[in-house]
Ligand binder design. Structure first.
Ligand code: F3S
Length: 772
């Protein structure tokens, strides 16, 4: 099926409600005494659930917690599993906001698109069947395996200037290429939006990136973000939004801006955004979204889709695009940036073998029509000189639309003629789903146009050095096979003995004859109606999926006004991130099976009593004798005995990510309370959502006074439950040996969060409310 250009879609469900957003922003502007706002502030603040909640204290960037109402949710197949299982336990008939699921992460790359896809569909059948049936039941748009990578599909179909979207993947910010705020979150946050619960975010600081000049020659937007990654490092964007502005923004294509936004994740930024440009307007029209473009034009005319004159940034970085040169970043970290012209020297200085073992282009980061036409320009130049690629050269199209348009315009032929293998429209090698068939310990270097290059990410081999570069640089270097080759300067010998030098590649921003959809069966119908009678497919014997049982409220017995007496399972020493609490790696396959994944609970945490990792004691309360075992097995014993338990933990407990499994797993085993020297904010909220009470030692020295086998009773929780959110909670600790004593704690429970605790979890509360 070919549509030239794409027929205009029904855009009702994908056009932001600009009038409502601007109305809300007007109120916020009054509250903030009409101070000039950055674009990121305008988008965020126009999505504040109730502007009046800011009336007293205003909004201070880096300080105020905002309650936001995102307009859309997108989930990839790995993270969607637990998000949906949680959503199901709220017992709602449909999602509160339009939601989509994308089957992309579970597709392996072995020998080419068709066979890889077929094999992966068979091996992941139960997961895909589950996702599809849940999508049908709740009216979620389901993008089946082979349809493409979440971020490319979102950009082509859903993204719109001024929108606020959550996605359960760290490169969700890619959609910022269309002038919106798209934020990567954990499943529990996505469930907030899907259930219509306001989603909380600390108002980020805003870094302004002022772009002047124009990219030229070999340099692309990929090189801009690779350069910035070198400048900012992997932490430089933490707690910040990167907002680009200045004349240089206007000269870049929408998809080029998306590459920049995508890799803002590599500097730790909350997200990245750009003012509405002509390039965005053109892209919206080319992808069949004329109505969105026209609505955005109107919003822009009233000043919504750009920063106010005089808006202040927390920091400004100036970049003259005319002076940039291509960059190669890596290995093993995306912020190790080297200008291409210096790279040969770096290769020599490090003593790296001057060989590239594979070149990979495409992925969610760089598979736009512009990227592909530029790569094809290189391929055609090389072919005319009689050259073909010297190394395996793989191309991952980001979506069916890109794949089909590439095929129609003979771009695929041009790449295959020089030796490329085109993979399925899926993540494949970008997420470690690449079965290379090489030794898993061989030291080797690959060059990719992807976004991440942590050890083992692509082929599972710790010794594969992944260098990041633009698709054009990767393609040109594939014809040399050498790390030291600089296509800007060096020549290659052709089969007839001539010396050949590439000329800087040219690309086309958008296809002259429009995009083509490709296989229509990949496209879900827009805004599908929920089908409540759909049976959700989960086999009771499945090892990968398990229905979530609602957590029982400790207050179901109405006579109780304090938590039941709890035994301390362990005192955790030092750094304990969400990775320590719920390890990734081989456990990822159990993301949809709470019981199975819980077997990794705290397996890398250090026990402060003994200093060992994954060792804890189970004390018999009668005899005082202890049994030594792993932490998950002791937690299982507590669960089997129906014995509620608590954890004592150190500073910044739960730092790292929004991974909800780190809160679900202890709750699954019966944990009701965690007492910390301090908590990482996101994890603390996640604990509250799952019905665990997080308390802070008022005196941090008390941490050392409470140990495994001691019992704890709360004192004064009753007042909190009655709605006195300022009530202090004491803990009566009865040690295994010695006299009982009381200590004081602090808490951050809001009135709503107290209700989550009472109900047993936030989802129980939503479920109870929907039945009331
Ligand atoms: Fe993520 Fe790469 Fe897929 S960045 S979305 S794994 S293509």
């Amino acid at each position: 099926a070919s549509f030239t250009p794409l027929t205009e879609k029904d855009c009702t469900s994908i056009t932001p409600p600009y009038a409502v957003l601007q109305q809300r922003l007007k109120r916020i502007s009054e509250i903030l005494n009409h101070r000039p706002l950055t674009l990121a502030e305008k988008i965020l603040y126009s999505h504040i659930h109730n502007p009046e909640t800011c009336a007293n204290e205003g909004i201070v960037r880096g300080h105020t917690y905002l309650q936001l109402s995102p307009e859309r949710v997108a989930m990839q197949d790995a993270s969607a599993q637990m998000a949906l299982l949680q959503f199901m336990s709220a017992d709602l008939p449909t999602c509160a906001v339009p939601t989509s699921i994308h089957c992309d992460h579970l597709i392996q790359a072995i020998d080419g698109a068709e066979s890889d896809l077929e094999r992966s569909i068979v091996s992941n059948k139960e997961v895909f069947d589950f996702l599809e049936s849940a999508a049908r039941k709740y009216g979620i748009e389901f993008w089946r395996p082979g349809s493409g990578i979440i971020h490319q599909i979102v950009l082509e179909n859903y993204a719109a200037p001024g929108m606020l979207m959550l996605g359960t993947d760290s490169h969700t910010p890619n959609a910022g290429g269309l002038g919106m705020l798209a934020i990567g979150v954990g499943g529990a946050d996505a469930v907030d939006a899907m259930t219509g619960t306001p989603w909380e975010l600390k108002a980020p600081l805003i870094t302004g990136v002022h772009l002047t000049g124009k990219l030229n020659g070999w340099t692309t937007t990929k090189d801009l973000i690779l350069h910035l990654a070198g400048k900012l490092t992997v932490k430089g964007g933490t707690g910040r939004i990167l907002e680009y502005f200045g004349p240089g923004v206007e000269s870049e294509s929408c998809t080029g801006l998306a590459t920049i936004a995508n890799m803002g994740a590599e500097v730790g930024a909350t997200t990245s955004t750009f003012p509405y440009t002509d390039g965005m307007r053109a892209y919206l029209h080319a992808t069949g979204r004329g109505p969105v473009a026209r609505a955005a034009d109107e919003a822009q005319a009233s000043g919504f889709l750009r920063a106010d004159a005089g808006a202040e940034y927390d920091e400004v970085i100036d970049v003259n695009l005319s002076e940039l040169e291509p960059s190669i970043n890596g290995p093993f970290t995306p912020d190790l940036a080297t200008p291409l012209s210096h790279f040969a020297k770096v290769v020599q200085e490090n003593g790296w073998k001057d060989e590239i073992s594979a070149g990979l282009i495409g992925s969610c980061t760089n598979s736009s029509y512009e990227d592909m036409t530029r790569a094809v320009d290189i391929a055609r130049q090389a072919k005319a000189a009689g050259l073909s690629t010297k190394i395996p050269f793989l191309c991952t199209p980001g979506s069916e639309q890109i794949r089909a348009t590439m095929e129609r315009d003979h771009l695929t032929d041009a790449l295959e003629e020089v030796g490329a293998v085109v993979l399925a429209n899926a993540c494949g090698p970008c997420i470690g789903q690449w079965k290379r068939g090489t030794e898993s310990t061989d030291e080797n270097a690959i060059l990719t146009s992807f976004n991440r290059n942590f050890r083992s990410r692509n082929d599972g081999n710790r010794n594969t050095m992944n260098f990041l570069a633009s698709p054009t640089v990767v393609t040109a270097m594939a014809f040399s096979g050498k790390l030291s080759f600089d296509p800007q300067r060096d020549s290659l010998k052709t089969p007839d003995g001539q010396m050949f030098k590439f000329t800087p590649p040219k690309g086309e921003e958008l296809p002259a004859s429009g995009f083509t959809y490709g296989r229509l069966e990949y496209y879900p119908s827009p805004s599908p109606q929920p089908q409540p009678d759909t049976q959700i497919t989960i086999s009771p014997t499945s090892q990968r999926l398990q229905l979530l049982e609602p957590f029982k409220s400790p207050f179901d017995d109405n006579s109780r006004s304090e938590l039941p007496r709890m035994t301390v399972l362990m005192r955790v020493r030092g750094k304990c991130t969400t990775d320590h609490i719920s390890a990734a790696g081989p456990w990822l396959k159990y993301k949809g099976h709470l019981q199975n994944i819980s077997e990794n609970l705290l397996i890398t945490a250090v026990n402060d009593e003994g200093g060992e990792v994954n060792v804890a004691q189970d004390y018999d309360q009668e005899t005082g004798k202890s049994t030594t075992d792993t932490i998950p097995r002791i937690a299982q014993r507590f669960k089997a005995r129906g014995e509620p338990w608590a954890l004592v933990v150190d500073e910044n407990y739960g730092e790292g990510s929004a991974r909800e499994h780190a809160a679900l797993q202890p709750r699954f085993y019966g944990c009701l309370m965690i007492v910390a020297r301090s908590f990482a904010r996101i994890h603390e909220t996640n604990l509250k959502k799952q019905g665990i009470l997080p308390l802070w030692f008022a005196d941090k020295a008390d941490y050392a006074r409470v140990g495994a086998g001691d019992t704890i009773e709360t004192v004064g929780l009753e007042a909190l439950l009655k709605g006195e959110s300022s009530a202090r909670i004491g803990l009566k600790v009865t040690p295994r040996e010695g006299e009982a004593f009381e200590i004081l704690t602090n808490h951050t429970m809001s009135k709503d969060q107290i209700k989550w605790l009472q109900a047993g979890s936030a989802l129980n509360k939503i479920k109870n409310d929907s039945k009331a």
